[in-house]
Ligand binder design. Sequence first.
Ligand SMILES: Nc1ncnc2c1ncn2[C@@H]1O[C@H](COP(=O)(O)OP(=O)(O)OP(=O)(O)O)[C@@H](O)[C@H]1O
Length: 480
Amino acid sequence: MEVMGAPSVVIGGRVVIVDDEVDFARGLARLVCGQFPGLEVEAVHSAAEALRTLSAKPAQLMITDLRMPEMTGLQLLSQALGLLPDLSMVVLTAYGTIETAVEALRAGAYDFLTKPIEPEQLFRVVEKGLERSRLLEENNRLRKILANKECGGELVGEGAAMRQLKRTIAAVAQSEYTVLVRGESGTGKELVARMVHHLGVRASRPFLAVNCPSIPENLLESELFGHVKGAFTGADRDHKGLFAAADKGTIHLDEIGDISPAVQTKLLRVMQDGEVRPVGSNRSSRVDVRVVASTNQNLEAAMQAKTFREDLYYRLNVLTITLPPLRERAEDIPLLAGHFFRAACREMGLAEKQVDPEVMHWMATHPWPGNVRELQNFVRRLTVFATTERVDMNLLRMVQQGGCLPVPMSKSQNGGDAALEPYKNAKADAVTAFTHSYVNELLAQTKGNVSEAARVSGLSRVALQKILSRMGESAARFRD
Ligand SMILES: Nc1ncnc2c1ncn2[C@@H]1O[C@H](COP(=O)(O)OP(=O)(O)OP(=O)(O)O)[C@@H](O)[C@H]1O
């Protein structure tokens, strides 16, 4: 083998070369290093060594011999891709064993090279393989950003349980199976369902969330599966139904434990046959919808009590994601609280708050029976009622008691016997805080429609616009 041409391209990344012929592997590594000086290239001589080095430090490209003692290149291929799905794998085959190369491509290899190696061909494959891994990584990164954005939030938390949960969500999102998300109320089940959708292949298709108990029992069937005109009193036109609307996407059935036996039976049929039949119709149509159901109930007990169909339970429960209650992941509370404070201040157009350590400690040790939702609402209340940039125990106690606006203390004091603010300043602070929360609520309720907001509040449009500009707020933010 000889190096052809001078180093041409400066690219970065890590390449692992696996061959039990030590000199051959080293020779290949030297060739690649010579051509691409920016690369980190490692030559190893067994599949086990290759897996070890990959787990210790990820690589973007692996070039491996197919015939090795202990573990074949094909076995290595599947284990390495299990570890690093974006890894570009190139297999080395002896001349005339093209069938093995084809088999490797089917198993997920990116390309193959035939021995004896042509350096020019090697360089081309290395360059393209690295580019492919870079694009896949970039794609994943963008997909995650988009998922967080479109989910309406990110899954905050870095504790062990949360890290495991994020890994589970990523794995579940890559499959197409039905998912059952379990956990107490307010633990984030809907957020998880959205992430499963947005991180998966259906991300660009609709995600529809249905809170089953919020729809009257007699209407749920037609909401889900549609109805034809005249199917029942009041059905004055055909209605498509959520399953048809979510075609090729995902439907999130929240509180699945609460659906009636009749809807359970119909849902089971839809999931088994992949077809929906609208109420009053004798024609079915095919739908391709991924179901993510969630519940805070003990479905096993419901099954025993014969209020939940066993066959539906097994259909829904192909993959399970269980969310621990917040009190079992208290290590995430400061991060979550900080996240909610920033979000609340942004929503209300306020400067960021400084939270006293005592307040954080109280929050981190509070049991939060309503879980993350309760913490989020509590932080929102603290933000609304805070008249200074500090969130201290006085404010916390007041909000805890569901109290009214606190009397603001002087900003120069640090709690304890804090001095009162001059009346004029205190009143101005209280009015500002009130105005921010009132206007935010007003625009949220009227979905950013300024005329409607003016009508509801009794303010003139001009006065409302003035307040908005003083707050640095824009009604557009509240529109869908
Ligand atoms: N880990 C998290 N990071 C950021 N926000 C979260 C997290 N978990 C939950 N939330 C937020 O808490 C609120 C409640 O979450 P969600 O509605 O997903 O809970 P749920 O388990 O579906 O509740 P329910 O059973 O009552 O329907 C939402 O505003 C959600 O965005």
